[in-house]
Design a protein around this ligand. Structure first.
Ligand SMILES: *Cc1c(COP(=O)(O)O)cnc(C)c1O
Length: 466
């Protein structure tokens, strides 16, 4: 197709993002993929084409041919992404509990347990008695044992658990909560909304930064059913603050015959402060403080499958189990099996086998050594990639410990001919997709969230781009 035109002419023939977006092909894709995704795809494809013109890979190409090529790539990209179902990805973002990526990666034991339970299994069958058994009893007993609670129950997720507890114990009555805890978690879980859905009335006390025991006490009336405490999870109030101790709330509730319920959210089963995670209370601490019920997620700091776990007093748990809503909210055999396997790791003091815990515990030094080894192996394969190691931080994610920054070593990559956004896109569109972050026009790879067995795939992805 050589016609004697220079790269500059070809560059001038490059259509704008808007021009492509108005074409019938793009409009058709936008109807299915949405405008934002379509524009993002077009922008990246145009960037790639611009790079290829600049480095001579695409040369002497007229306007129609360039536009045709962009349309061809757009259709191809959309075809690939739309045919992908849920696909394994490599999480190199450094965000451990990544909600968009399925929160907690499961332990080996949990994966095996899911596969085992996939056929017929003893979900509700007692092998010894040869008849019907309690659903999920093993996991429930493990939760009780690990937290010091009398009993436990599993439902779909923590949002369901909160709704369930509020409905069963506070519907038609008042729930007292501090103004500092009327939080929104993850965009679609707002404490006041869940409360109103449950049929309970919210009674706010104190102020955003300070709520004292006396504030709760003064608000107690005939219609009060419950004192509610919510762990603010994804935000923190710092500075001039005060909150009533859980123990004080328990004592106050006892003198008035009320229930104390704590929605703790992240649900750490072990103390993570030695790894720098200092502001996530353990479930055991809440139970020890005497709360009647506590709820937490299965797939946040616990590191298991999606589930909402309710732990507390036996009478309260049995009331929940007998309620018709339990039938609506209970979990399936696969998650039951995965949860059981995850909890067993904690019970045999092997929390390090749970990926979320293992990733939190990874040291900057170890992550750095892996990064060095990747760079060494790449030399020669990826000549156009400039790689360097820089200090950075990883995050817990999942609305937990928002202020915790885990020191890490980042593999920072720059391509001599490609912008960071093109590089990021090519890694993301690879097989398997490698998800990274961009800062200051460089692609950053954080091995904290990459399992050691995936290093070779990252290497291959970088070599291919190189
Ligand atoms: C995350 C969180 C929830 C919602 O949990 P899901 O398991 O995502 O439903 C509810 N309450 C608190 C305090 C949380 O941190």
């Amino acid at each position: 197709m050589k016609t004697g035109r220079s790269p500059n002419t070809s560059m001038r023939n490059l259509p704008s993002v808007e021009q492509i977006a108005q074409s019938p092909v793009a409009v058709g894709i936008a109807e299915l993929a949405g405008q934002r995704t379509t524009i993002a795809m077009i922008r990246t494809i145009i960037d790639c084409v611009r790079n290829e013109i600049a480095d001579g890979t695409l040369y002497e190409i007229d306007r129609d041919a360039i536009t045709g090529e962009i349309h061809r790539r757009l259709t191809e990209t959309w075809g690939r992404t739309s045919s992908l179902g849920i696909t394994r990805v490599i999480n190199a973002t450094g965000v451990i509990i990544h909600t968009n990526l399925g929160r907690s990666p499961l332990s080996e034991a949990a994966r095996v347990a899911i596969a085992d339970a996939a056929g017929y299994c003893t979900l509700e069958f007692d092998i010894v008695a040869g008849g019907r058994g309690g659903r999920g009893r093993v996991a429930e007993n493990l939760v009780a044992e690990l937290t010091g609670a009398e009993a436990a129950l599993m439902v779909n997720n923590c949002a369901a658990a909160a709704f369930f507890v509020l409905t069963v114990f506070a519907s038609g009555g008042e729930v007292i909560i501090s103004r500092g805890e009327l939080v929104e978690i993850g965009g679609d879980f707002r404490v006041p909304d869940v409360l109103s859905q449950s049929g309970a009335t919210l009674r706010e006390v104190g102020t955003t930064n300070r709520t004292k025991l006396a504030d709760y006490e003064q608000a107690i009336s005939e219609s009060t059913r419950m004192l509610l405490r919510v762990h603010p999870s994804n935000y923190r109030v710092v500075g001039f603050t005060a909150a009533a101790e859980l123990r004080e709330l328990v004592e106050l509730a006892a003198t008035h015959g009320l229930i104390v319920y704590e929605d703790i959210g992240s649900g750490a089963l072990i103390d993570l402060s030695r790894f720098g995670v200092t502001d996530e209370p353990t479930v055991a601490a809440s139970i020890a403080a005497g709360v009647d019920l506590v709820t937490f997620s299965g797939d946040k700091l616990l590191g298991g499958p999606q589930a909402g776990i309710i732990a507390g007093r036996r009478a309260a748990i049995e009331k929940l189990r007998k309620h018709p809503l339990y039938r609506v909210l209970r979990i399936d055999k696969l998650r039951n099996a995965a949860l059981e396997a995850t909890l067993r790791e904690y019970r045999r003091d092997a929390a390090g086998e749970v990926p979320v815990i293992e990733m939190i515990a990874r040291t900057k030094e170890k992550i750095g050594l892996r990064a060095v080894s990747l760079v060494e192996k790449l030399t020669g394969d990826a000549r156009k990639l400039e790689l360097e190691l820089v200090d950075g931080v990883s995050a817990i994610g999942g609305g937990a410990a928002p202020t915790v920054e885990l020191p890490t070593v980042l593999l920072s990559a720059r391509h001599t001919d490609k912008s960071a956004s093109v590089l990021e896109y090519e890694l993301r569109m690879g097989d398997p997709p490698v998800l990274t972050r961009i800062a200051e026009d460089r692609v950053l790879i954080d091995l904290r969230t990459v399992s050691v067995s995936e290093d070779a795939e990252i290497l291959a992805a970088l070599a291919e781009i190189g």
